[in-house]
Design a binder for this molecule. Sequence first.
Ligand SMILES: *[C@@H]1O[C@H](CO)[C@@H](O)[C@H](O)[C@H]1NC(C)=O
Length: 382
Amino acid sequence: MAVDLRAVLLSAFDYKTEKYVIAKNKKVGILYRVIQLSLLGYIIGWVFLTKKGYQETEESIQSSVITKVKGVLLTNSSGTGPRLWGPEDYVIPQQGEDVLFITTNFIETPNQKLGYCAESFKVLDGRCRKNEDCPEGEAVVAGNGVRTGRCLKKDRNSTGTCEIYGWCPIEKSQRLIVPLLGKTENFTIYIKNFIRFPKFGFSKSNVLDTAGDSYLKTCLYDAIAHPYCPIFRLGDIVLRSGHDFQDMALLGGSIGILIEWHCDLDKGYSHCHPRYTFTRLDFNSTANSVSSGYNFRYAHYFKNPAGETHRTLLKVYGIRFDIQVHGRAGKFNIIPTIINIGSGLALMGAGSFFCDMVLLYMMKKSTLYRERKFEKANKYVI
Ligand SMILES: *[C@@H]1O[C@H](CO)[C@@H](O)[C@H](O)[C@H]1NC(C)=O
């Protein structure tokens, strides 16, 4: 059969339009409108209004956190007498990072000197019954020093502990009853947070531009009264995480401070605000009291008038604050708008596809509609 090339070429420029069959069927008609309406509601209400489908979003946020703690207190320990604690003493590290430890309790062992003394009875590897149990020169596993070869016991038949060379006297274990630095509950932490959304070139800080110096000197964060004050009372932070400061201060713990920036940049600069949430991180319902808590040791070294080196050992308990910053910004952009409108229209098409299925295959008069919809062209007739 010869193909008429001219006819084929010309037909490429014909416009073909679809032919519709109107089914006078109220049930399917109502079903179609209901499907259309709910799809329209979904597209407008959820995709566009709730999820802001017309916006381009940026989830990676650049952020810098600077902290400063204020408050002083006086403790009176039996070892070294009165002691004044400033932020430079109880905040570790001192440079104001986004992870900071605040000392709330301590055990002090003053005036330790290198020498010979008995290992603590609590260290299992340090126990002995005879001198042979204490090989000279070997360190006690998880202990305080190096064995000297002597076993020190109260009497012949008891279990003693090895003599060690180390910092003596060794730390005495104590039962802690009250947090010695419990007054830190009323101390404040000033959190400065600078953020930037690089895609939009948008930057902001959590310190209000309108806030003067005097406001920052007197305000205290409160979720309702002062949501934009960047100064927090430590006791409030712990309270908002659902715990009691004094309970937590006894053995220490860890608190997460989350700063969330959800910014709709179409609404303008002043509508972009941080939201703070506080959670206790070292705590869950299955953990027992053995695993919760936070402590570590450090020492101050000094020379006495005779020139001998001494040190003061501190075992400190405290609360560690981890500040994390999350953020998301959105701004109108024509491309996501067109993509979402396009997928919305395609979804509307799904409605007529579903109604076609019902009409053509599930109704009593389906055969009738099928005959109307699918015309069989007979080539002999043509
Ligand atoms: C914190 O301050 C309040 C009011 O100034 C005071 O009543 C409370 O005893 C203080 N808390 C501690 C632990 O010192």
